[in-house]
Design a protein around this ligand. Structure first.
Ligand code: AMP
Ligand code: ZN
Length: 113
């Protein structure tokens, strides 16, 4: 699969991995937008939210639990953090392998840009 995040999951492209298990992988964003900016991806290639199926429901829950765990480890759980999933062009999706952004370590603005 010619997908950059599939390649990261297979470790064909280097990344700073902070967590991995049989279903998911988490690594540092190459262009961080906050002091903590981690991407959490399923090992399974999923194009974006619109490609999710019934069978992906537990997987999506798992990605959120992984995000919580990393937020705790990074010391941002109680301060606050944001989990973002961009879907398609107007949301700014640039990599078409579903990923959760975990952002924290600074105050976040609302609404997002
Ligand atoms: P999105 O715009 O939601 O599709 O997010 C894609 C994210 O992937 C961006 O924040 C990029 O900085 C990040 N990114 C792209 N290539 C890499 C890479 N090789 N390693 C780590 N993060 C990456
Ligand atoms: Zn992929």
């Amino acid at each position: 699969m010619e997908c950059i995040f599939c390649k990261i999951a297979r470790k064909e492209i280097p990344s700073k991995i902070v967590y991995e298990d049989e279903l998911a992988l988490a690594f540092e964003d190459i262009n961080p937008q906050a002091p903590v900016h981690i991407l959490i991806i399923p090992r399974k290639h999923i194009h974006n939210n619109l490609s999710l199926t019934e069978e992906d429901k537990p997987l999506m829950g798992h990605l959120f639990l992984v995000a919580n765990r990393i937020a705790s480890e990074k010391g941002i759980a109680e301060r606050g953090f944001r989990t973002v999933v961009n879907c398609n062009a107007e949301a700014g999706q640039t990599v078409f392998h579903l990923h959760l952004h975990l952002l924290g370590g600074r105050p976040m603005k609302w609404p997002p840009g």
